[in-house]
Design a protein around this ligand. Structure first.
Ligand SMILES: [Zn+2]
Length: 536
């Protein structure tokens, strides 16, 4: 079997456009074969040649939209055969559950029982008080989720993670009821909100009660070896407060209020007060990027541009509370500069969406300007999609550290643009990004652990390495042409940008996982679900 017909290895939805990619020199006849009967159920000819510079290969699209019958299939063309894939009603249900459960499995400060965590069960971890850097003061900051392949807990990515999950819940309220086989601490809230509360309870502990500023992170001084979390015994250190952490905290907690209010008014009041206090504190802080203190070498999450954090927080607090001061700050900034971004570095899109969806009276002219800017950005992404053999909004310069996240964010942007403009082609383009992540990509691999025929086996994730079994439900970072770690340097010299990926434990720049890569994918799939329900 060749490796040159690339498909979504998880599957396609019956009524959706269905595309696979053939990479090769000639136009070929292709057949879609029913795996059960061995019979051809659909046939055609591969599409026109598209040269994919990022992958340095010639691509031809295989379209089989008309095949809507649920079943298991594979595609044949010449000597090439794809892996088996399904056409199935809501084919991503199981993947979604797995991605949600990941948050539970990343819990810190508690033990995870075998009953729910299986081989990833562990004793209570990181439950000692942490030293505030440069002082002899200790503080209880236990709880929350381990951020990534390491056991650090960082406010900036945490805020973006819960923001993604709140957007997902806003788009698809049914997600709140989705069971993902984890204990539910607050059954009345449902599994997902209950799990998010576990993270927010930790975030609240990261705020300095006196000043309202928010500590950037809590980690040990160094990254530890590949063992389970309870075996990391070094002293926990709380890094100094930062402007970005304080504003991201304010923004994401403002988002949280309306979700928790129906179940726990007291908790909602705590969130409101913490959010406002953080915003006010940030106004008095020096606008400065966080830098690791000299002895601390764990993830920095430093951020060069900090205007977007104020932009997001102002929009979110305006949406939550309606105060003029938040509105004025946001509007002044938006009239000067509108940008986009759903990542931890660039959070403009969260601000744009919060302002447009605000129920308080707002500047309608500005609202329309923002929607036009979202439309224009989506239009530029479409140009990239059309010239890419995999129909995704990437070129050869796009494959940077965490490329899969940026790809998913582009899809979220296309969905946002569809939401406000109803241009169908944005939706179709976004769906191709889902297929890319699940296997229709130049690396010929499903970037969600535990899924696909060609699957990731060695993610840079300590519990997976300790148990010698990849934890399912994690979105992998993906190709990075910068070759940012020695393993990538060793294996990927001279490779085309789109293929700079290696399934090796030590390749943290291509094969790590993070909370906010999962949450971005969940947000994208929630939009997909909502839209799918509407189309049915
Ligand atoms: Zn822990």
């Amino acid at each position: 079997m060749g490796q040159n017909i690339l498909v979504d290895e998880i599957g396609y939805l019956p009524m959706d456009p269905k595309r696979a990619v053939y990479r090769g020199e000639e136009t070929l006849q292709f057949s879609v074969i029913d795996k059960k009967t061995g019979e051809e159920v659909y046939g055609g000819v591969t599409g026109r040649e598209i040269y994919c510079k990022a992958a340095e290969e010639k691509n031809r699209i295989i379209s089989f939209d008309a095949l809507t019958e649920p079943g298991e299939y594979y595609i044949k063309a010449g000597d090439e055969e794809s892996v088996t894939f399904e056409i199935k009603d809501w084919a991503y249900r199981d993947a979604m559950k797995s991605m949600l459960k990941f948050f539970y499995l990343q819990r810190c400060g508690t033990s995870l029982p075998k009953e729910h965590a299986g081989i990833y069960a562990h004793d209570k971890c990181h439950d000692t008080d942490a030293r505030i850097y440069g002082t002899d003061t200790f503080k209880n900051v236990s709880g929350g989720w381990h951020d990534a392949g390491d056991f650090g807990r960082y406010i900036v990515p945490a805020a973006v993670t819960i923001a993604d999950l709140f957007l997902a819940l806003e788009l698809d309220p049914d997600l709140a009821k989705q069971d993902f086989d984890a204990p539910v601490d607050y059954p009345e809230m449902g599994p997902l909100l209950s799990e998010i509360k576990y993270e927010i309870d930790w975030m609240l502990k990261m705020q300095d009660e006196k000043t309202g500023e928010v500590y950037h992170k809590v980690t040990c001084m160094h990254f530890c070896d590949f063992f389970m979390p309870e075996d990391e015994k070094d002293e926990l250190v709380i890094s100094p407060t930062s402007y970005a952490a304080t504003l991201d905290f304010a923004a994401s907690l403002a988002m949280a209020i309306k979700f928790f209010k129906p179940y726990d008014a007291e908790y909602a009041a705590v969130l409101e007060s913490a959010s406002k206090k953080a915003y006010d504190a940030a106004m008095k802080m020096e606008v400065k990027s966080f830098r690791n203190p000299e002895e601390i070498v764990t993830g920095e999450y430093g951020d060069e541009g900090l205007e977007d954090e104020l932009y997001w927080a102002s929009a979110e607090l305006f949406r939550a509370f309606g105060d003029e001061k938040y509105r004025k700050t946001f509007e002044e900034m938006a009239y000067t500069h509108i940008s986009h971004g759903y990542g931890w570095e660039d959070v403009y899109s969260f601000g744009n969406v919060a302002y447009i969806l605000s129920e308080y009276p707002l500047d309608e002219t500005l609202k329309n300007i923002i929607i036009a800017a979202i439309d224009a950005k989506a239009d530029s992404l479409m140009t990239l999609c059309r010239s890419n053999g995999y129909n995704v909004s990437f070129n050869e310069k796009s494959f940077i550290w965490g490329s899969n996240m940026y790809l998913i964010q582009n899809a979220c942007h296309l969905y946002t643009a569809y939401f406000f403009t109803r241009k169908e082609y944005y939706l179709e383009a976004a769906i191709e990004h889902v297929h890319y992540i699940f296997g229709k990509n130049p690396c010929n691999i499903c970037f969600l652990t535990g899924y696909g025929t060609n699957r990731v086996m060695n993610p840079h994730h300590r519990p997976s390495a300790a148990k010698k079994e990849p934890m399912p439900g994690m979105i992998i970072g993906g190709p990075d042409s910068g070759l940012h770690d020695p393993t990538a340097e060793k294996h990927l010299q001279g490779m085309p940008a789109a293929k700079c990926y290696v399934d090796e434990l030590l390749s943290y720049s291509t094969n790590e996982i993070t909370l906010y890569w999962n949450s971005a994918m969940i947000c994208m799939l929630a939009q997909f679900t909502k839209d799918y329900k509407e189309r049915k």
